[in-house]
Design a protein around this ligand. Sequence first.
Ligand SMILES: [Ca+2]
Length: 482
Amino acid sequence: MGARQRASDIKSPRVGSGGAFLPLLHASRIHPGLRFKVGIRPVDVCLVVLPMKQFVLPFVFLFLCLPLSGEKPNVVIVFTDDQGYGDLACYGSKTNKTPRLDQLAKEGTLFTSFYTQTVCGPSRSALLTGRYPCRSKGWGMPASEITFGELMQKAGYQTACIGKWDVSNRKAIIDRMPNAQGFDYYFGTLGANDGGGVKFHENNEPAGTSRDMGGLTTLYTDKSIEFLKKKRDPKKPFVLYLAHTMMHTIIDASDRFRGKSKGGLYGDVVEEFDYETGRLLDALEEFGLSENTLFIYTSDNGPWNQDKYTKNKKGHPKGSIFWGSSGPLRNGKGSPYEGGYRLPCIVRWPGKVPAGRKSDAVFATIDFMPTFAKLCGFKAPGDRLIDGVDQTALLMGKSQKGRETFYFDRAGIRKGKWKYLLPKAHFYGYAREDGRPVEEELYDLENDLGETTNLAKKHPKIVAELRKLTEGLPQGGPGGIR
Ligand SMILES: [Ca+2]
């Protein structure tokens, strides 16, 4: 009889004559006792111990399960800026044509209750760390935060970040820039493009400036494809975090797309983004990477829609609309209503994530890091509170259940179908609703997605329960410049 064990179960090096097989293993252990680096990919290792009377030492058969739990997936995250819930055809837009993202949704799962954060920097620190902005600190994310890039590097991944970083206070602070925060390669802009210009960095070095906002989506896509083609180490799985500057003002499209859509300049930008995402998807296909790549598309926060901001903003062609649509949701960027936090999210992983599925389960950017931990073979940090949860079962279609709760930064909480807002729920300066009464709000999102009817007075027990839940969360906001 034989005993089949994972390498992790072997307490002492009982390899015996099996040691003859050890040259097959490179010496570099990734997780001590858990995984070895074998050949071109880190894989699980199985040991088979066959006790045989005629040998003093047990004859150990060492064979490799290739793979035991599946080849590690590559991960691509496409993260847009200030895009609305209703901007894509597959999320209900009647004006913008988005065939490539619509197709992506047919090939993967489209999430309809997916939460990011309500503004740029906090959304990025939450995505990178799996921690709410009150802990990960948004624009002011300290060097001591641990990003998924750092964790994936240790798990044998090659890591790249291209585009808008926005968690180092928009400054070149080396120990808070991408190279120090888990990304082997970086090209992009540390801040936003509010003034119609950007300064690039390549890794830690300045790499020029641009005022051609209409060229940024193509440039970042080119850099991503260049990474896949020329910079990628084929011996390693990779993660590519592509954070576009569009659709953040100042928006613009290239000549090829400007003036072509039915959605005005904003529609042109959305359609160019769709086209460029298609080009990235085509490159993955061309390089034989589509099958084993977990491809995620989402955005950082809802669209600008505050009159006092949009009326005074300069830098766009006269009369152009330069903000997106929240679709059926209330309000947009900077507010704790659904239009600020709830964003499109499409996930594709052929043969793993169900194709053509729509899921209304509550899911959030903070969940990606713990989910990557499961899928990519690392442990989430144990020395700090991680707000994200592992959503592997939801992603793979083995469960339809998402998060129990989601916390809106200094504003309230969702639990099940109920959403509660504190009387002094936090709004950033560019959010509408100046006349909002200072009172508790309760909405039934299942029956009132647009948050039109405040049910707080009707359901005092639910209000009390949700109020209590918000009290358990830190009330300090993210640090940084806004
Ligand atoms: Ca943003």
